[in-house]
Structures are given as structure tokens and as C-alpha cells.
Design a protein. Structure first.
Lengths: 527, 531
């Protein structure tokens, strides 16, 4: 007899662990199966060079929604979050810009460039905060089913709708205008300084196949603002790297009654009479379950783990067209010392503690994007950098540093080249770009790790190397994430559910997809 | 002082096709209407002019398909001289020496597509059916005054509900397509259907016309649909010429309007909209004359209407701010050529039927996208997208015997150039277009007897289109439906009482459609009856 469990969760990424926790708390006994030897998915801390550890992939959290942190008692399970006072140090050849968590301080910094922009920043920030408060409500509900909106759905929607109306006409029209807009236009409506525009616009393009001039990048900015409404974006770190976050989540899930098995690869989801009945492991072993929940991306789940005969051809076709080719690469550097950035004096540690961004102007970002349209990586990329060792001495030998860099755009599909052949070229481009602002950087590098979109797919299981499990485009959000037909965490296969970033609301390490999925799945399980 | 002869029931600013349609509908309801047009010819951007003796150019707008059938019917336009001649197909020459030639004859097109890809030939039929469904869904929206999504007015809620219901009634597949069309890029949308690059490039072109977007920019799929919606004699996606050029359409509408009693004064520029006690009461012309009416309807764009013709104190700063934010960003130019022969395309030599349709210079998706890239950074495209028609083949009346008129719509030509001015670059821009076409039809340079280059700056100066946008404002998602032109003011009304808008800057937007003019007239009349 095969082993039988009530709930099986495929993948121990942060969303899978959150779903496991809530189901366990509700009295189920979820079994979480993780292919890799460690839990965490993309939120992992690993040694990438002897003595140097770091957030190998994701280094910044959304942050995780506060009620999830409270429910899971993550602090008790060892989570130490760190939020620097400086959110962004935005580098530019003509002088840098610092933005703080505190609006007034940010305004003071912007005033050095333009008093008009400083004033506008306040107004924009306040409008965004009001809108984000309401947007975050939308993040917390399951998108309504268009075919048969249930009473529950309608009630939730009505309730949210009432609150949305409460925004008032002016802000409401703002949401309607901003979402489909190009973030470059949005930034230009508020600011006259290129550096301010570029710094803010970067929030609307991160992780996507959109440039600042692409329509719909406004929606990405709003989506991220729903987790943290600061115009400079979130700078929410974890002491010990993001792996410490998922370790705390795993501990919380286990304490609630979930079982987690690592190095257990699911090779197939067993389906009988259009219903999922269990999973088949890579070693041939089968585990049966009442409900199968996949934290893997929608394409990997439904095109990879479910056999094609169980799905309608039209559904398969739509899923094949689900856009999810990544644009982000990751570079981890082991440094023998702290690089000296041009123009950074005084309290260097504080100034370098937040995100260090290379997004000096809109055209710079757009040109970076242009390359990816033609299948090349950006010669002067958008970079988001953090040096965690400034506030976390557990990651590197004393006096040495770790630098963690998101690089965009690195298209999943290169034209006329293979990523393995271009890996080092990408690493050089990143270092060269940063060296323009920190000339001594190259001399400090002891080791360098380059993770390409192809690695993200092959090693970490992200189809197309997309860090958000699928493009954040207007036609792939809310009731359409991942598809119009299955945006309620359900799939066309009965008892098979999705809980990863490929479901509403997706985007970054905020845990909302996992928490929403748990709520919807519980409703179904209790029926 | 205004004399009694200057008193009307309604004054329409601008004698473009929308202004004329608006005037005609108001007159039809018994109003005494005056139309004031700044230029010496009527029609706005839908005009025919003899720039070179014997050659009649449709100077700006050059083909028609979107003109609403109900307007043709209501105003009996055929009796007033409107005759639409079919434009047969689209011919795309390719650098490889091959070509793609789609025609109205379905069987022929499928055979041609099969030459490029069997899969695409099959998908093409499905695609046509799906688009037809989408057009049917969107069509009522074109004839609808946009609801206000922020109020709790039952009428508006009902409209939103109606839209919701219609959406729910669509089949699963159609709903899916609809959502995608509203949000995707033309290329992402077409990628799902087709594999042939040149086919996707040519089809995607209608998704960028008049916008400052590339074929890969989200939102362009909607513009694709907007252009698909053309309807001539009940057939969707049918494009044609007006006999005598597009000016003939405006003339037919003007003729119908005059018959209904409308007075039309060309060469009369409105300088100011007169406001008393918060109400529009008339207009003052550049020459100092005043005309009075309890209804003033502007068919010119919001920039001219609100920022140039109205004194600032009549509008709130917020509203003026919204008007300033409304985006124009013209992105296209025109090259009109007088020819003493026909272009000879290397890939399909001779004077065949392929010259009677549209000739599209859109050889690949990357070509289209690179054309956009140039414009993003403030330059006109080194190798632009060009939509060419030779109306004299179908309508010999527009050129001397044996000679021809060739109209080239060129994109991208950004209004704001990074280096130099359009006055300096005009001829170089024209040369660049000719060089581009000559790569496919080398004889072109030898048959040109005259040319007219129309830049975005010319469109602004001569036709009053701010920043040279041919649709009086970009057709981007945040400027459509209840957001066009300004959030909260999408229903032809303005914050100044008795002042209305009826141009392409209002829902449903640009093209020779006439819908804004008609819908505005219906709103004005409803309002007049209610008060």
C-alpha cells in the first residue's frame, strides 16, 4: 500500500511553507516535499565561496505581510528582520540620491536636486500610501470566479469595493489611470529630475519583461506598493539571509504539525478520473493525498507534472502561451573589503545599508530593456545591490564583505548564444557597471558567482527562469493569474491546487499567494 | 457688439469631420448651428488638397473604414456624394526578395499564407472568426457614452453592469481573447496565433498607428482591434478610399449639414470662448467678431479648447492639470508623392493588382520595434514603418491621365526631436522615406514629379493637432473610454457649463469615425431637453 496523507504540498518555497502552516494550524497534516536538499525555494542562504554565505537568490523581502509573521510567530522561530533607515542609494555619474524610510528625510535629499520634486514627492507618496492601503485589500482576497462568482466571493468583492470607493473620486481615477500607464510617464508627471524619475521607475520594471516606457509598468509599481508603499520600494532584509526567513517558516509549519521532507523530488502528479490522487516520486514511490498543492510555477506544475491527457487541449494551449521568460540574473560577490563608492562620505555604513541602485535615468533603463528585446543582455544594466555584511557579521569573515546583486535585463533566451557561454561576460558587465561608481570594486573581488536565468530554471526549477513564476503583465494579474480559467488557486484537475507566485497576487517575497491559497483550499477541503 | 445676425442655437468650433457630424445632428434636431473653421478647406485632417497642379492629395488621413454606418444612413451621405471604393488587400515586400500579399479574396489569401506557413494559414481563419466576435462585443461600446465608474448613479452602474453581463455572456474563449486584447501587446497577442514573422509584423502595424508605442508595448493589441473594427457596408475589416480623396467625406457631411440648415464659415479662426457667469455664451474670432449661442461645442483638442481658447480663471487648477497631463506625442508623418509612373517592386515586378491595395513596409517584427527604438530617444526612424496607398489606380479623378498619386503614412516621426527642428529636418525625413521604399522599388526615385512632406510639426501648425497627434491624443489604455480625455470628464461635457467637446479626443477616439461628433450631439440634445 502506498503511503497516504491528507494534504501534499509540492515545493518548500516560502509560499509552500506558509500554505503548509495554515493547513496544519487548521488541523490537517500536510506533507511538504522539496526537491532540493534545503527548504526555501528562492529564499535560501548558502555558502557560495568558502567562508562567504549569503542570500543566494532573493535578498530582499516584500516584506512578508505582518499578519502572516504574527500568525506563524516567526520571531519566536528565529526570524530577525532588518530594515535600514536608508532605503535606496541611487547612483548617478553626476551625484547620488539617498531616499529614506522617512518621507521628510527623503524630501530633504531630493530638495538638493529640485525643490519642486521634493514637494511633489510628498504628495505622490501620500497618494500612493492611500492607494496602496486599498490595493493591499485586493491582494488579500481570492480573485472572483467569472463563470460562477460564489456568495463568498461576491461578499468579499463588495466589501473591498466599498473600501475602494472610499478612496474618493480623485484617487480612484488615479488607480484607473496609473495601472495601465508606463511608469516613465507616471514618474514624469510628478518629477522633473531624471535621477528621481529613474529611481522610482525602477519599482515598475523589476523582475518583468517591461521597460519604463512599457504600458502596464504602472501596475507593477502599484502591486509592489501594496506590500510596502514607500516610493523608494522595500528594503526589508533578514539577518542570516533570506534562508533564515524560510528556516523560521519551516520551523513554524513543523511546530503546527506539518512534515517536511527535503531531497524528495516529485516527478508526476497522479490523476484518476480528472482528480489528483497523489504524487509519484522520482524514485518511483507513490504517496496518496486528498489534496495536492503545488508551490511550483503553473507551467512546471501543469505542463511538467500533470500528464497532458488530463487537460483540455485549449487549456494546454493557453498555458503554453502564459508568458514567463525571466529577465533577471543574480551575481554574488565575495569581497576582501568594503568598496569605496564615489561621493559617499560621512556615515558610509548607514548610506550603503539599503538598496544600492543603478537607475540614473529613464533612458538608461529603457536602453537596458532594448537589448533584451533582441535577445541580448544589457550592456549597461539596471542593478539592485545590497551588502548584507554591513549589518550582519555572520555571513563573511571579519572585515570581509558579501555583495548581492540583481541584474536586469538578462533575457532567458539569448539570440545566437547559450547562457553557459555568456555567463562570465554577464559577470564582467555587472562588475564593470558598478566599477563606474565604485572604482576599487574589481580589486576587492575574491570570488564571483553568476546565476543566469537558465540556472534559475535548471537548478531552482523556475520555468523560463522567471523569478515571479510568470510575467507581471496586465493580462496575467488578478482574475487572470495565472489564467482566466484558474485564478482561484484551483486548477482544471480536481483536488490539484496552486499556491505559488504564479497565482494572485504573486510578486516577490510577501507570502500573500501562499496565505490566500491556504484560505481557499481550506474552504474546499471542509466542504 | 454682437448683432442679432450673430446669434445661434449652437456654435461648433472646427469644421473637421467630427465638428461637421456634430453640427448636422444638432441641426437635424432643429437647432440653428454655426460651424467655424480656421482653414480655407473643410474637413480638418480629412481633407483633399491640390498641392501640385492636377494631383489631389488626401493630405493627412488617407483611408476610411471606421465611419459609423448609422451616420452614413442618418445623414444620407451617398446622396451627398460619398462613394467608398474598396482597397484590396495588403502587400508586404520583403528584403529577401519574397513578399506577403493578403487580399480580400479569402481563398487566395489562405493559399498565399500556406506558402509561408501551413499552420498560419489554418490559424488565420480561426483568428478572423475570433476577431469578428471581439468586434461584435466592442461595437456597442463605440456607440455608448462612457459611464462614470466612481459614482453610485444607478444609470452608470447599470451601464457597467451591462458591460459586465455582456462580458459574462461571451464564451470562455472569447472572454479570454477580450481580456488579452484590452491589455496585451500586439505582438504578444499575435504570437499566440502565428509563427510567420512578416505576417505578424504587418498585422501588428495597425496596433501602433497614431500611438507612441512599439509593437511589443502592452496596450497595442487594443489599437489593433480599434482598426479592425472598421465596417463598410456591414463587412468588418474592410478599408476603402473615398472617391475624390478623404476630403470628399468631409464635403459630403458638410453638404448634408448645409442642407439641414447649418451655416459653415471657413477661414474663420476662433480665438476665444466667451464665458459669462460660468457659462459659455459664444466665441470671439481672431478678427474680433463675436458669435453668440447657448451651446458651444469644440471639435478641436483639449489643449486648444481649454488652455488656449479659455481664460484660466474659468477652470480649476486641478482640471487644467489633468488637461496638461493628457498625452499627445505625435509619432507619425506623411509623404505625398506625385508620380508620372508606378513603382516597380523587385519582388513582384509590374503594374499588377498588388499596387491597388495597401503596400506595407513592415518586413519583420524586429524592424518595427527598431523603428520605435529610434523614436524613443528623439529621432525619426532610420528605417520606418510605411503604409503606402496609390489611390489614383482606383480613383483616376485624383491625378492627371497616366499619372499617379502615392500616399505614404510614416511612423515613427516623434514630435519632439532630440537634435534639430522639424523645419530643418523636413526634407531629410522625406528623403529617408523615399530611400526606404526605393530599397524595394528602385525605380521610385525616377518617377517622382512632386512631393509634399507633412511632419508632426506641420500637423500642429496647419491642422491644429497638438504635438501632431492624428487622433487628438494617444490611444493608450489610460486615455480611453471613461478616462478620455480627462478622468471624470469623459462624457462630452466640460467644467464650463454649456461648453462641450466633440472631437477625436473624446470617446471612442480617432480615425474617420464620426462617433464622437454624433455621441456628443446626442448628449447635448438630451441635456437641452432635460433643462
Amino acid at each position: 500500500m502506498p503511503e497516504a496523507r491528507d494534504v501534499i504540498i509540492i515545493g518548500a518555497g516560502h509560499n509552500g511553507l506558509i500554505t503548509a502552516f495554515y493547513l496544519a494550524k487548521a488541523g490537517f497534516k500536510p506533507l511538504v516535499l522539496e526537491r532540493r536538499p534545503v527548504v526555501g525555494g528562492c529564499a535560501i542562504t548558502e555558502e557560495f565561496h568558502p567562508g562567504f554565505r549569503g542570500s543566494r537568490l532573493a535578498h530582499n523581502t516584500g516584506p512578508i505581510r505582518s499578519d502572516i509573521v504574527a500568525d506563524m510567530e516567526l520571531s519566536r522561530h528565529g526570524l530577525k528582520a532588518y530594515t535600514p533607515t536608508v532605503r535606496v542609494l541611487s547612483l548617478a555619474p553626476g551625484g547620488n540620491l539617498l531616499l529614506y524610510g522617512d518621507q521628510v528625510r527623503s524630501q530633504q535629499e531630493i530638495a538638493r536636486l529640485s525643490t519642486k520634486d521634493a514637494e511633489q514627492y510628498g504628495e505622490f507618496q501620500q497618494a500612493l500610501t492611500r492607494i496602496a492601503d486599498v490595493a493591499s485589500l485586493l491582494m488579500n482576497i481570492a480573485p472572483p470566479d467569472i463563470d460562477e462568482p460564489g456568495a463568498n466571493n461576491l461578499w468579499e468583492l463588495l466589501n473591498t469595493g466599498r473600501k475602494i470607493r472610499g478612496l474618493g473620486e480623485r484617487d480612484l481615477y488615479r488607480v484607473l489611470r496609473w495601472a495601465p500607464m508606463a511608469v516613465a510617464d507616471l514618474a514624469a508627471e510628478w518629477f522633473e529630475t531624471e535621477l528621481v524619475r529613474g529611481t522610482i521607475a525602477a519599482q515598475g520594471i523589476f523582475g518583468t519583461f517591461l521597460g519604463p516606457w512599457s504600458a502596464g509598468s504602472g501596475a507593477v509599481l502599484l502591486l509592489r506598493a501594496a506590500s510596502d508603499s514607500n516610493l523608494a520600494g522595500a528594503a526589508s532584509y533578514v539577518v542570516g539571509g533570506t534562508g533564515a526567513l524560510t528556516a523560521a517558516m519551516a520551523a513554524a509549519a513543523q511546530a503546527a504539525g506539518a512534515e517536511i521532507r527535503t531531497a524528495c523530488e516529485v516527478s508526476r502528479i497522479a490523476v484518476n478520473n480528472d482528480a489528483a490522487t497523489g504524487v509519484v516520486m522520482a524514485n518511483g514511490e507513490e504517496i496518496r493525498g486528498r489534496a495536492i498543492i503545488s508551490n511550483a510555477d503553473p507551467r512546471r506544475t501543469l505542463l511538467g507534472l500533470v500528464e497532458a491527457q488530463h487537460l483540455q487541449p485549449s487549456f494546454l494551449q493557453k498555458l503554453q502561451h502564459y508568458r514567463g521568460n525571466g529577465t533577471v540574473a543574480k551575481v554574488n560577490l565575495a569581497l576582501s573589503g568594503l568598496p569605496a563608492f564615489n561621493g559617499i562620505e560621512g556615515d558610509v555604513t548607514a548610506r550603503l545599508s539599503g538598496k544600492i541602485q543603478v537607475s540614473p535615468e529613464i533612458d538608461y533603463l529603457e536602453r537596458a530593456f532594448d537589448a533584451s528585446k533582441y535577445g541580448e543582455f544589457s550592456q549597461r544594466p539596471y542593478l539592485e545591490v545590497t551588502i548584507p555584511t554591513l549589518w550582519d557579521n555572520s555571513l563573511a569573515p571579519a572585515g570581509k564583505h558579501v555583495m548581492s546583486i540583481y541584474m536586469q535585463y538578462a533575457p532567458y533566451r539569448l539570440r545566437n548564444a547559450d547562457w553557459n557561454a555568456r555567463r562570465e561576460a554577464l559577470g564582467n558587465t555587472v562588475v564593470d557597471t558598478l566599477a563606474e561608481y565604485a572604482p576599487n570594486l574589481p580589486s576587492l573581488i575574491e570570488a564571483r558567482e553568476v546565476i543566469t536565468p537558465q540556472d534559475l530554471e535548471e537548478t531552482y526549477g523556475l520555468t523560463g527562469g522567471h523569478i515571479f513564476h510568470g510575467e507581471l503583465a496586465l493580462d496575467q494579474l488578478f482574475t487572470m493569474r495565472p489564467l482566466l480559467d484558474c485564478a482561484q488557486y484551483r486548477t482544471p484537475v480536481r483536488n490539484l491546487y496552486l499556491c505559488g507566485s504564479g497565482t494572485h497576487p504573486g510578486t516577490g517575497l510577501n507570502g500573500m499567494s501562499g496565505a490566500n491559497a491556504a484560505r481557499e483550499i481550506l474552504k474546499a477541503l471542509r466542504k | 457688439m454682437a448683432t442679432s445676425s450673430h446669434q445661434y442655437d449652437a456654435i461648433v468650433i472646427g469644421g473637421g469631420h467630427n465638428g461637421l457630424v456634430n453640427a448636422a445632428y444638432l441641426a437635424r434636431a432643429g437647432k440653428k448651428v454655426l460651424v467655424l473653421e480656421r482653414r480655407h478647406v473643410l474637413g480638418g485632417a480629412a481633407c483633399t488638397e491640390e498641392i501640385i497642379p492636377g494631383f489631389k492629395f488626401s493630405v493627412c488621413s488617407y483611408v476610411v473604414s471606421l465611419l459609423r454606418p448609422e451616420i452614413i444612413r442618418d445623414l444620407d451621405l451617398p446622396r451627398h456624394g460619398l462613394e467608398i471604393l474598396p482597397l484590396d488587400g495588403t502587400f508586404t515586400p520583403m528584403p529577401s526578395g519574397d513578399y506577403l500579399w493578403r487580399v480580400n479574396d479569402h481563398g487566395k489569401t489562405i493559399r498565399e499564407l500556406r506558402r509561408h506557413s501551413r499552420v498560419d494559414a489554418e490559424a488565420y481563419e480561426e483568428f478572423g472568426k475570433a476577431m469578428l466576435q471581439m468586434c461584435r462585443f466592442v461595437k456597442p461600446i463605440l456607440a455608448m457614452v462612457p459611464p462614470d465608474p466612481t459614482t453610485l448613479n444607478p444609470k452608470d452602474l447599470f451601464k457597467l453592469l451591462f458591460l459586465g453581463r455582456r462580458f459574462q455572456d461571451l464564451s470562455r474563449e472569447d472572454r479570454y481573447n477580450q481580456v488579452q486584447l484590452m491589455t496585451m501587446s500586439a505582438i504578444d497577442f499575435l504570437d499566440q496565433w502565428f509563427e510567420t514573422d512578416v505576417l505578424k509584423a504587418t498585422m501588428s502595424a495597425s496596433g501602433i498607428i497614431g500611438t507612441f508605442l512599439g509593437v511589443r508595448s502592452p496596450g497595442t493589441a487594443y489599437v489593433l482591434l480599434h482598426h479592425y473594427m472598421g465596417e463598410i457596408d456591414g463587412a468588418f475589416r474592410a478599408w476603402g478610399f473615398a472617391r475624390g480623396g478623404t476630403g470628399a467625406i468631409s464635403n459630403a457631411i458638410a453638404d448634408a449639414a448645409r442642407e439641414l440648415g447649418v451655416e459653415i464659415k471657413p477661414k474663420t479662426a476662433v480665438a476665444q470662448i466667451l464665458v459669462r457667469d460660468g457659462r459659455a455664451v459664444g466665441v470671439a474670432t481672431a478678427s474680433g467678431e463675436e458669435y453668440r449661442a447657448p451651446i458651444v461645442c469644440s471639435s478641436v483638442d483639449p489643449n486648444l479648447t481649454f488652455l488656449k481658447m479659455l481664460e484660466p480663471q474659468h477652470l480649476s487648477d486641478d482640471f487644467r492639470g489633468e488637461v496638461k497631463r493628457y498625452k499627445y506625442r505625435g509619432s507619425s508623418g506623411k509623404l505625398n508623392l506625385a508620380l508620372d509612373g508606378l513603382p516597380n517592386f523587385t519582388c513582384l515586378p509590374g503594374e499588377g493588382h498588388h499596387l491597388r491595395g495597401a503596400i506595407s513596409i513592415s518586413p519583420s517584427v524586429d524592424y518595427m520595434e527598431r523603428a520605435y527604438d529610434d523614436a524613443k530617444y528623439g529621432d525619426y526612424s532610420r528605417r520606418p514603418y510605411i503604409d503606402i496607398v496609390i489611390p489614383s489606380l482606383t480613383d483616376p479623378s485624383v491625378a492627371p491621365p497616366g499619372k499617379h498619386v502615392m500616399s505614404c503614412f510614416v511612423q515613427y516621426a516623434p514630435y519632439k526631436l532630440k537634435n534639430g527642428t522639424w523645419d530643418e529636418k523636413r526634407e531629410a525625413f522625406g528623403d529617408n522615406v523615399i530611400d526606404t521604399i526605393a530599397e524595394y522599388a528602385p525605380n521610385l526615385k525616377n518617377i517622382i514629379v512632386g512631393r509634399q512632406v507633412v511632419t508632426p510639426l506641420d500637423l500642429e501648425r496647419e491642422w491644429g493637432l497638438t504635438e501632431g497627434n492624428i487622433f487628438q491624443g494617444e490611444l493608450s489604455l489610460e486615455q480611453l473610454f471613461f478616462l478620455r480625455p480627462v478622468p471624470g470628464w469623459a462624457r462630452y461635457k466640460t467644467p464650463v457649463k454649456n461648453l462641450w467637446m466633440c472631437g477625436s479626443a473624446t470617446h471612442p477616439g480617432g480615425g474617420i469615425m464620426g462617433a464622437p461628433g454624433r455621441l456628443a450631439a446626442l448628449e447635448i440634445l438630451k441635456h437641452a431637453r432635460a433643462s
